[in-house]
Design a protein around this ligand. Structure first.
Ligand SMILES: [Zn+2]
Length: 179
């Protein structure tokens, strides 16, 4: 793929993703992006030139222990803390220091901070954009989400880079994505 295409492709995928999903009240909700399965998160990686984008989507229950509208101050605090943790990408995603990647943007989004109280199976989505000055040294990412959020048991990874497209599945015992 030529430059620009990888990111365009990723944004098309992301545009189809619905945070929260429809309120079917089922354990598994099929979305454009993949099913909402408790214990499983999705990580999309797109790299194009010096730009690296990581997009994480997880059922909120994996991160908070609940995924309905927060009704108590304790629950609101848990949501705010989780957002604060997710906004600091570097401890969650370890990039090779030789790649000289700098975080440029981090956005966390969830309907749990929205107005609608009728939430069933809400998701949390986080998106990170890095600029990697020595992209040739970008050969792996160590994902530290399992330690931080032990309810995440598996992460399905889709990757689209200048080297090609691949998929992998991470667990607490297998946390490194090789490029
Ligand atoms: Zn759910």
């Amino acid at each position: 793929m030529t430059r620009q295409r990888n990111l365009t492709y990723l944004f098309i995928i992301l545009g189809l993703m619905a945070v929260g999903g429809p309120s079917y009240g089922k354990e598994v909700i099929h979305r454009q992006y993949g099913p909402h399965v408790h214990g499983v998160a999705q990580l999309n990686i797109a790299q194009e030139g010096e730009t690296l984008v990581l997009e994480l989507q997880s059922p909120a229950i994996n991160i908070l222990g609940f995924e309905h509208y927060p009704t108590t101050s304790k629950q609101r605090e848990l949501v705010a803390n989780a957002i604060a943790i997710l906004q600091t990408a570097p401890p969650l995603f370890e990039l090779p220091s030789a790649a000289a990647c700098q975080l440029q943007k981090a956005d966390v989004d969830t309907p749990l901070i929205g107005r609608s109280r009728k939430l069933v199976h809400a998701d949390i989505k986080a998106r990170y954009q890095f600029q990697c000055h020595s992209v040739n040294s970008l050969n792996s990412i160590n994902v530290n989400l399992f330690r931080k959020f032990p309810s995440i048991k598996a992460i399905n990874v889709q990757m689209l880079t200048d080297k090609g497209q691949s998929m992998t599945r991470l667990t607490a015992h297998r946390t490194i994505i090789d490029f």
